[in-house]
Write a protein of this length. Structure first.
Length: 137
C-alpha cells in the first residue's frame, strides 16, 4: 500500500486508449487500472513508462464516421475505383470509434479512396465524380 508518498515501480494495466490524439497537445489519453491497495487521489496525474509484452501493433486506416454503413450483420464502406470512376462496398472491421473518426483494422489499405457523404444513396458499380475541394489561398 502507498501512504501518500510517490509510488515507484507500480504495475498497472492499460484499460483504454483514445482513438485519436488531442489536436492541441498531440497526445493520447490513456486510462490505467491501478492496484486496489494503491492510495492515489482521484484525478491525480503521473509519469508513465510503457513496457509492452507480447503485443503487436495493429495498423489502422482512419475514415470519417459518415463513411460507414450497415451491410447485413457487418459494417462496410464504399470504395472509389479511380480507373472506372465507380464505387463498390467493402466489408471492414472497426477497431475504435472516437467522435467523427473511426479506426478500421481490416478491409482497407492506405490510399484506398472512401466515400464519406451520401453513402445510403449509392448502388454497386455506380459511376460517381470525385469531389475536389476548392483551393484556398
Amino acid at each position: 500500500a502507498n501512504n501518500g508518498g510517490s509510488p515507484e515501480g507500480v504495475t498497472a494495466m492499460v484499460r483504454e486508449v483514445a482513438a485519436s490524439a488531442d489536436p492541441a497537445t498531440r497526445t493520447f489519453q490513456v486510462k490505467l487500472a491501478l492496484p486496489a491497495d494503491l492510495n492515489v487521489p482521484l484525478g491525480a496525474t503521473a509519469y508513465v513508462r510503457f513496457a509492452a509484452k507480447n503485443t503487436v501493433a495493429v495498423p489502422v486506416v482512419k475514415v470519417p464516421t459518415s463513411a460507414l454503413l450497415k451491410e447485413g450483420d457487418g459494417t462496410a464502406v464504399w470504395v472509389f475505383d479511380p480507373a472506372t470512376s465507380t464505387v463498390n462496398t467493402r466489408t471492414v472491421q472497426v477497431l475504435t470509434a472516437d467522435g467523427n473518426e473511426v479506426a478500421i483494422r481490416a478491409g482497407l489499405q492506405p490510399g484506398d479512396e472512401v466515400v464519406a457523404a451520401g453513402v445510403h444513396v449509392l448502388s454497386p458499380g455506380q459511376k460517381v465524380t470525385r469531389f475536389a475541394a476548392a483551393a484556398t489561398q
